[in-house]
Ligand binder design. Structure first.
Ligand code: ZN
Length: 218
């Protein structure tokens, strides 16, 4: 079992399902040549893909192109099902930093065939994830700076203000499909600037107020 703490509290959460949004920042959708969707595009990562600060992403031998995507992670604190957007934030326990590691070559092949993306998104080590800052300490989750550097060089520098679908709408939408439970995590999409990492690289991901992750690549 993988657990994460709510920083400054005694609360521990066992990580459950990880529901992720694709194309939630217009500039990133454009850089991959995708249309901006009307409804959120969803996929999931298994809890077994989670690693922590200081850990190593292992690129599987069947991929030659592994990409980083820094994302704001939302931790669900209470069970919710079909929650209205106006009440959705009551179910959010905290916010964290995630990197949605993606085997872009594998994903492109799957997309071309109309097949699901799990192999490209859910492999072991595909979800570096920090501990979580209590939601009460994040005044506005839509005013956070998201940054990712590789070997010290800046690659992504975006703002959660540029999300197409916002957190209350995201929680409302997802909870109408999948019951959300304590320890479930939502990854809210990545801003522009995604790119490749290779064995030997070190990624640092940082979200203002929320935290940072340092992750090696092998
Ligand atoms: Zn992503």
């Amino acid at each position: 079992m993988t657990t994460r703490t709510l920083i400054g509290t005694t609360q521990q959460f066992t990580i459950g399902k990880i529901v992720c949004l694709a194309r939630n920042y217009a500039e990133h959708a454009r850089e991959l040549g995708n249309e901006t969707p009307a409804a959120p595009v969803l996929f999931m990562k298994p809890a077994s893909s989670v690693i922590g600060d200081g850990d190593t992403v292992c690129i599987p031998s069947f991929s030659q192109e592994c990409h980083y995507e820094v994302e704001l992670a939302v931790l669900i604190g209470q069970q919710c099902r079909t929650v209205p957007a106006e009440r959705a934030l009551e179910y959010v326990a905290g916010y964290g930093v995630a990197i949605d590691m993606t085997l872009r070559d594998v994903q492109s092949q799957l997309k071309a065939k109309g097949l699901p993306w799990e192999i490209a998104k859910g492999f072991d080590t595909a979800c570096p994830l920090s501990d979580f800052v209590p939601a009460s300490q994040v005044a506005d989750p839509h005013a956070l700076n998201l940054k990712l550097a590789v070997n010290g060089g800046g690659r992504q520098d975006g703002s959660s203000s540029d999300m197409i679908h916002r957190i209350p709408q995201i929680v409302a939408h997802i909870s109408a499909i999948f019951t959300l439970e304590p320890g479930d995590v939502i990854l809210t999409g990545t801003p522009a600037g995604v790119g490749q990492v290779s064995a030997g690289d070190v990624m640092t991901a940082e979200i203002s107020t929320v935290g940072r992750l340092t992750i090696s690549v092998a």
